[in-house]
Design a protein around this ligand. Structure first.
Ligand code: NAD
Length: 260
C-alpha cells in the first residue's frame, strides 16, 4: 500500500515507534528510523527492517530535544527520498512527580521532546507534502491528551498540547490532500511504561505490583495492556485512502478508559 512513499517515525528504536516503523516497512514504504540506541543494535534494526521491505531503511539519530538537529534530520530525509510523505511524531519521555517538586529540567525536556519536536518536524515536512498534494501526519499522543492523571503535569500538558497542534494543522491543511491525526493510546506495555513503575510506586507509597494492578490497569476497563501492534495497525490505517476523511481526530485506543 505504501510503495514509493517515505515514512519518518521519530523515536522508533523502541516500543510503539518501532512497531509503527515495522508496519510501514511491511507496506513497502521507505522508512527513516530515529531514536537512541547502541550502535550495533541500531544497525541490526536497520538491517532487520530493511529485509522486510522493497523500500529503503535508514536511521537518522537526531535528538528530538534539539531544534537544529531536527531541522538537519528533516533536510537529510528530504535529500535522500525527495520528501517525507508520512510523518509520525512519536518520540516521547515521561517523568512522574508532584508538581511542586517537578524538576525544572525534566519539565523542559518533556515539553521539548513530547511537544515542541512535533512543531519542528511538521513545519519542515509540510511544504513538500503540499507540493505533492498528499501527506499524512500521525502524532502519537496519549489518553493523557484527553484526560489527566496526578503527578504527570508535564506529560499531560505536552500531550494536551499535541492535541491542539493536531487539530490546528488539520484545519490549515484540510484542502491540501493532507490529514493530521493523533492516536491516543492508554497504557501500552513498552519500556516507557516499565520505567515509570518504580517512581509511581514511590510517589503513591505502593509496591510495584500494586502500581501495575491498582494504578495502571485500574484506569483501563478491559484490564489489558494495549499492544504496540494494535497501535501500529491504526497508524497504517490512517495512511490509507479509506482514512482520507479522518483528519483533526484524536483517536483513543484505550480499552474504554476515556469512556468512563
Ligand atoms: P519507549 O521508551 O519504548 O520509546 C521511546 C522512543 O523515543 C525510543 O526510540 C527513544 O530512543 C526515543 N527517544 C526518547 N528521547 C528521544 C530524543 N530526545 N530524541 C530522539 N528520540 C528519543 O516509549 P513508548 O512507550 O514506545 O512511547 C512512544 C510514544 O508513545 C511516546 O510519545 C509516549 O508518550 C506515547 N505513549 C506511550 C504509551 C505507553 O503506555 N507506552 C501510552 C500512550 C502514549
Amino acid at each position: 500500500m505504501l510503495t514509493g512513499k517515505t515514512a519518518l517515525v521519530t523515536g522508533s528504536t523502541s516500543g510503539i515507534g518501532l512497531a509503527i516503523a515495522r508496519a510501514m516497512a511491511a507496506e513497502g514504504a521507505n522508512v527513516v528510523l530515529n531514536g537512541f540506541g547502541e550502535k550495533g543494535a541500531v544497525r541490526d534494526l536497520v538491517a532487520g527492517i530493511g529485509a522486510t521491505t522493497a523500500g529503503e531503511v535508514v536511521h537518522l539519530p537526531a535528538d528530538m530535544a534539539k531544534p537544529d538537529e531536527i531541522a538537519a534530520m528533516m533536510a537529510e530525509a528530504e535529500r535522500r527520498f525527495g520528501a517525507v510523505d508520512i510523518l509520525v511524531n512519536n518520540a516521547g519521555i515521561q517523568f512522574v512527580s508532584p508538581v511542586e517538586d517537578f524538576p525544572v529540567d525534566k519539565w523542559d525536556a518533556i515539553i521539548a521532546i513530547n511537544l515542541n519536536s512535533a512543531f519542528h518536524t511538521i513545519r519542515a515536512a509540510l511544504p513538500k507534502m503540499k507540493a505533492k498534494g498528499w501527506g499524512r501526519i500521525i502524532n502519537t499522543a496519549s489518553a493523557h491528551a484527553l484526560v489527566a492523571s496526578p503527578f504527570k503535569s508535564a506529560y499531560v500538558a505536552a500531550k494536551h498540547g499535541i492535541a491542539g497542534l493536531t487539530k490546528t494543522v488539520a484545519l490549515e491543511t484540510a484542502r491540501a490532500g493532507i490529514t493530521v491525526n493523533a492516536i491516543c493510546p492508554a497504557y501500552v506495555w513498552t519500556p516507557l511504561v516499565e520505567r515509570q513503575i518504580p517512581d509511581t510506586a514511590k510517589a503513591r507509597g505502593l509496591t510495584e505490583e500494586q502500581v501495575k494492578q491498582d494504578v495502571i490497569l485500574a484506569a483501563q476497563p478491559t484490564k489489558e495492556f494495549v499492544t504496540v501492534e494494535q497501535v501500529a495497525a491504526l497508524a497504517v490505517y490512517l495512511t490509507g485512502d479509506q482514512a482520507k476523511q479522518i483528519t483533526g481526530a484524536l483517536l483513543p485506543i484505550d480499552g474504554g478508559w476515556t469512556a468512563a
